[in-house]
Design a protein around this ligand. Structure first.
Ligand SMILES: [Zn+2]
Length: 322
């Protein structure tokens, strides 16, 4: 089926004002700007005041981009049914989560009844204390264990993360949100180990959370690099027209597959390059000096994530030898 072009709905402070002005504020993304392939907002002609923004992907299916330090987007998705709203991934703080819940309220008067932990990392869960208390929390067992451990070991400012009472018992769960079916799926380990994706089968839209960063250097602190590739491959084999990332920009359906393939290439490149550096017998410091990051040198977060990738891969390669 044809998916409507992305439409940005700019953030407005008052719900009443927004209802009155919604029609006036529906701005189609500029086709020219949409062609720029980058994770940097400025290179897409966007200012920090353009965020957060809600992007309508199909009837009742919305992407949401907010900016976090050092200037890239964290993406949430929400699906509106007649019974309530299913939210996949939150934002990094109560303040950011409040903005997200206000954006949801601007397009639906239904409560958030389901919340999916695509990623258990704090930049996606830090505002979860603001979720309705009776919202059902859907989480992979690995992420639930991580959230429980984080809560025990948390510094006082991290206690706001809620731990779900139960975890998924299989790798797929279908949620009927009223007039719409949404599938929560574990396709394999990638960035966190408990990575969940959310699929709208009718609209053929797949929210990939941190399995997919669009033009953002693969962040590997807690990742499973080899398995990450096969997890992306499973997503690519699904009947999907639009892949939505957990960081970086939401692309139009027509180019989202090529960008996911591009990201897969980045993960594969980093794996191959660090494996080469290790095979030369280089220390981590020398590997940093010797590394050639090719076309990914200038991707968002490359400066901070190159060393992280080397350390994680060195650990994993050492483990294989044990
Ligand atoms: Zn993240």
């Amino acid at each position: 089926m044809t998916v409507p072009s992305p439409i940005a709905i700019h953030c407005l402070s008052s719900r009443l004002v927004s209802l009155l002005l919604t029609a006036a504020c529906l701005l189609p993304l500029s086709p020219a700007l949409a062609q720029v392939k980058t994770g940097y907002p400025a290179e897409r002609g966007l200012k920090s005041s353009d965020f957060p923004r809600t992007i309508r992907l199909a009837d009742g299916v919305y992407g949401y981009e907010d900016i976090r330090a050092p200037g890239f987007t964290t993406v949430s998705m929400f699906f509106v049914g007649t019974e309530g709203v299913l939210l996949a991934d939150g934002q990094e703080s109560p303040q950011a989560m409040r903005r997200l819940l206000e954006a949801i309220a601007r397009v639906s008067d239904k409560p958030v009844k389901w919340y999916v932990f695509g990623s258990d990392h704090l930049d996606h869960t830090g505002g979860n204390a603001l979720l309705p208390k009776d919202a059902r929390l859907i989480v992979h067992p690995t992420s639930r264990a991580q959230l429980a451990s984080d809560a025990i070991n948390a510094k006082p400012d991290a206690l706001r993360v809620s731990v779900p009472p139960t975890a998924m018992t299989s790798s797929e769960e279908t949620v009927d949100i009223g007039g719409r079916e949404v599938r929560v799926m574990f396709l394999g380990r990638a960035h966190t180990g408990g990575d969940l994706v959310v699929y709208a089968p009718k609209e053929k839209i797949l929210f990939m959370s941190e399995v997919y960063f669009n033009r953002v250097f693969p962040a590997m602190r807690a990742a499973f690099p080899d398995e990450w590739l096969s997890t992306i491959d499973k997503a690519l084999q699904m009947d999907v027209q639009q892949f939505v990332p957990g960081h970086g920009f939401i692309e139009a359906a027509s180019r989202s597959r090529e960008q996911l393939v591009e990201f897969r290439g980045a993960v594969a490149y980093v794996i191959a390059e660090v494996t080469r550096l290790k095979s030369l017998g280089l220390s981590i410091d020398d590997a940093m000096k010797e590394a050639n990051w090719g076309p990914y040198t200038d991707w968002m977060l490359a400066d901070s994530q190159r060393l992280v990738a080397i350390k994680r891969m060195y650990d994993q390669l050492d483990e294989r030898l044990r």
